[in-house]
Design a protein around this ligand. Structure first.
Ligand SMILES: [Zn+2]
Length: 256
């Protein structure tokens, strides 16, 4: 069974000492495709280098809401240039984080809106992080032509429904394996053709790896938990999420 990790951060310092080994362990665990997500333009350059050097690895170009106070007109130009590379399959990670509020909220909004415009203009999907910002995120999703994914989904029913109505994808991370996770009903609500799974590694290691550094090889734990909640087999969830990731990111299936 093959798995597609639709969202992780291979550029993270946590992987510095053994990045090729991490990618090899993913392959050995059946994780045949990975999209490594960028947090800022400089991080995008590092992600591009990793993607260019490994078959089955692609990347994004974007500015994370945590970094939104570094946003300016030149950021958009830089991201537009970076997105020209064939390895870049999406814009992001963009969005709103009103939990940590690492950047002022109005700057987060500007930065998110600019990336929604860029994604629509370049006809690339956008990877969206939303934390404690359901209402604002829903508003922006409803008013954009861009198509995207609500990544690491832990929000409420309303944002889920808004995303689904707009034709967006919903992605679940290792959080679904945590004891305190109470969103099984939402996991069941996502139609087969809108579902993605991800590790978000090096963060959020799923049970039974919880508390350790996460890596793409651990994706199977999330696949199994999602499958159990949906009453599907892990094989079926692996297959449909892989197919969805290929189509969402505009990749040629079996091209590699
Ligand atoms: Zn992420």
């Amino acid at each position: 069974m093959n798995l597609f990790d639709s969202h992780c951060h291979l550029t993270a310092e946590a992987f510095d000492d053994e990045r090729p080994a991490v990618i090899q362990r993913a392959r050995d665990a059946g994780v045949t495709e990975i999209v490594t997500i960028a947090s800022d333009p400089k991080d995008t350059e590092s992600a591009l280098e990793i993607a260019a050097g490994h078959d089955g690895v692609w990347c994004t170009a974007g500015l994370h809401p945590h970094e939104a106070d570094h946003f300016g007109d030149e950021t958009v130009e830089r991201l537009r240039g970076l997105a020209d590379s064939p390895e870049v399959v999406a814009i992001g990670e963009a969005g709103l984080d009103f939990h940590y509020d690492n950047a002022p909220r109005d700057e987060q909004r500007l930065c998110f809106e600019a990336q929604l415009h860029l994604a629509a203009e370049l006809d690339l999907p956008i990877v969206v992080h939303s934390r404690d910002a359901d209402r604002d995120t829903a508003e922006l999703i409803s008013s954009t032509d861009a198509r995207g994914v609500l990544h690491c989904f832990t929000a409420g029913l309303e944002l889920l429904e808004t995303g689904l109505e707009a034709g967006w994808m919903v992605s679940f991370s290792g959080i679904v394996t945590f004891k305190r996770f109470d969103g099984a009903e939402l996991v069941r609500r996502v139609p087969d053709d809108r579902l993605l799974i991800e590790t978000d590694s090096p963060y959020l290691a799923p049970v039974p790896h919880r508390g350790r550094r996460n890596e793409p090889a651990f994706l199977i734990a999330t696949c199994e938990a999602v499958a159990a909640m949906r009453g599907q087999s892990p094989e079926a969830v692996a297959e449909l999420t892989r197919r969805n990731a290929y189509s969402f990111y505009g990749l040629e299936r079996d091209a590699r």
